[in-house]
Design a protein around this ligand. Structure first.
Ligand SMILES: Cc1cc2nc3c(=O)[nH]c(=O)nc-3n(C[C@H](O)[C@H](O)[C@H](O)COP(=O)(O)O)c2cc1C
Length: 168
């Protein structure tokens, strides 16, 4: 038997979910980090990825204006940074400073890479689609990096409980 429920109740059964960090910069080059659960690969050639960001987020403004972002897969040990970057706005706080994460200069884009992340990807916006109260930004991946320690990547198991997983 099926039970009809509010949509939110159905979505609670979607986990585990890949959680990513996305870095963007303002006009002065000051970087900001946002935590995102809504993301997916969308093309192999050229490599592309889609991220969905609420229109009210500071990151939405920065990415709309600059057309660039860095996407990072957080590794084990970055749980607090994920929560911090997903709770506070870059309008009010410098998240690199507050989390202690290490910005590393990227090759093709202005936003920095995150030194502690297992994976970093430099992305340039190819298109965007407004979907209700979010915008899907589609980025072409210009280049990608994995960290030398290659730690397990964190997944959100639900209720912001994160667990490392390594499948490679
Ligand atoms: C685990 C987690 C996943 C999140 N996923 C998304 C998401 O996919 N899209 C989004 O717009 N906000 C998402 N958020 C909320 C933003 O990260 C949060 O509003 C953040 O403070 C916005 O930062 P900004 O104003 O500096 O851009 C998520 C938060 C958490 C903790």
């Amino acid at each position: 038997m099926l039970r009809e429920v509010p949509v939110e109740e159905a979505w609670r059964r979607k986990y585990p979910e890949r959680t990513i960090l996305v870095v963007s910069v303002n006009r002065e080059g000051r970087p900001n980090i946002i935590t995102l659960g809504w993301n997916m690969p969308t093309s192999v050639r050229p490599p592309m990825v889609a991220i969905s960001i609420g229109v009210s987020r500071y990151s939405h403004k920065l990415i709309s204006e600059s057309g660039e972002f860095v996407l990072a897969f957080p590794s084990e040990g970055m749980e607090n940074a994920i929560l911090f970057c997903g709770t506070y706005s870059g309008r009010d706080v410098d998240k690199f400073k507050a989390t202690g994460l290490t910005p590393i200069k990227a090759k093709y884009v202005k936003p920095p890479l995150i030194g502690e992340a297992t994976v970093n990807m430099e992305c340039r916006i190819a298109s965007s689609i407004r979907t209700g109260d979010h915008t899907i930004f589609v980025g072409e991946i210009l280049t990608a990096y994995v960290s030398e320690d290659d730690k397990p990547v964190l997944f959100n198991m639900g209720n912001c409980v994160f667990k490392g997983f390594k499948c490679w």
